[in-house]
Ligand binder design. Sequence first.
Ligand code: FRU
Length: 498
Amino acid sequence: MTSEKMSEELRRARAYEETYVRCVPETERPVFHATAGIGWMNDPNGFSAYQGEYHLFYQYNPYSTHWDRMHWGHMKTKDFIRWEHLGAALAPDHDFDRDGCWSGSAVELPDGRQLLMYTGIRNELEQDGVERMYQTQCLAVGDGRDYEKYPGNPVLTMADLPEGSSPHDFRDPKLWRDPEGRCFAAAVTRAEDGSGAVVLYESEDGFAWRFSGVIDRCRNEYGKMWECPDFFPLDGKQVLLVSPMEMQPVGLQFHAGYGAVCKIGTYEKGVFSPETVHSMDYGLDFYAAQTMETPDGRRILIAWMQNWATTSCQSPGIRCFGEMTVPRELSIREGCLIQTPVRELEGYRTNPVRYQNLVVTEELHLEGIRGRVLDLTVCVRPAWERGYREFQISLAKDGEHETAVRYRPKDSVVQIDRSRCGAPYDIVHTRSFYVRQQNGSIKLRLLMDLHSLELFVNDGEQTASLLLYAPEGADRVTFQARGGAALMDVAKYDIALS
Ligand code: FRU
């Protein structure tokens, strides 16, 4: 973009990045997880393949580590692990988005340009003295680095919503193109019953849009308002992802507050019929997931590894807040979404250490197994007939701190517990979830990257993502079986990008 065309707001953001991104030392960032260049990051946006690389935009406030008037940050990668920061892509610089450029997505146009669709935010102080927010869908077109807002913005407004929907909640469009080249966008709105709905729009060229139908409604069943939808075919089924607000707990399946829900079913003649519904992730920090398809046909998911309720848990003096999950390959098995870390991660494994058939009873520390940047797989089974009551892995451990993953075979429950991880507040620290009963055997893969832990149970049948706050010196890993003995195989790798 020529500098005359760049708005003052965008110029300011890029100048700020130019000066300050280099001040954030690499040691302040996780090693293999995507973070903002500087400032605040929330939802992944525009996660997509473009001209031989993968692009990731994100909700971004360069100027502080707190949410404010949203910009779009931008980075790209060739392998989902090593990211290159690019300059801010969008700033709130037009009347239709003057109070923020909220979440959205990207596709490549047939002429090779990249099309972004995002939610433009406008706050209006109305005659009754109340400020109300209006949300419309807007476009920007670019070359993978610089973007120009479309002169016809906004392209979808309250006039394009089904009757009874709220113009104050109409956001987060997810774009895709079908094999014939037609464009689709799924967005969320709030329906007449006060809860979320996913609405679908269609376009021949990506610029002129028309309403096409309602994909699904919350009906106050899975939370209230829904955010950040995604809708895609996978393994012969159709998947709808949404991030509901104000969820109510249901057993160990859904927890209160901000959730992430996956519905799997069929999609025929414009009708989505869900067959199974479950949590996308059973941890403490996971929201606003978005997926993309790679040229080799893999469906990859990335999410914001954070919970809106705990964004004030920030270490003093940090310059960069928020990180994404590791990108995950998706598939479906028996009605469940299976998530495994992208295979590209394996290319960054170093220093392997393996143990097999170890009998575990009392707390065990294994030579060569420690650290804060780890890819650790542990297969556990009963050592002999009586088995064990509880198996525990403790990580990020020193005399004061630990983060634990426990498995109780009798109840088929896994529990994550960060109550002693050094968190500065009394936030939610534990979560339990059911896993498939397999006679006391379980496979746990743990990805730890300084202040985060992602757990993949039984080859991705379930995942649990969480942040932890222990100082980096807390790097011990121990294993323990209570109430009997377990047999364990361990494979550990460090992850290093250099
Ligand atoms: C979800 C969300 C989106 C919105 C964005 C604003 O985390 O609330 O619905 O577009 O964040 O930053």
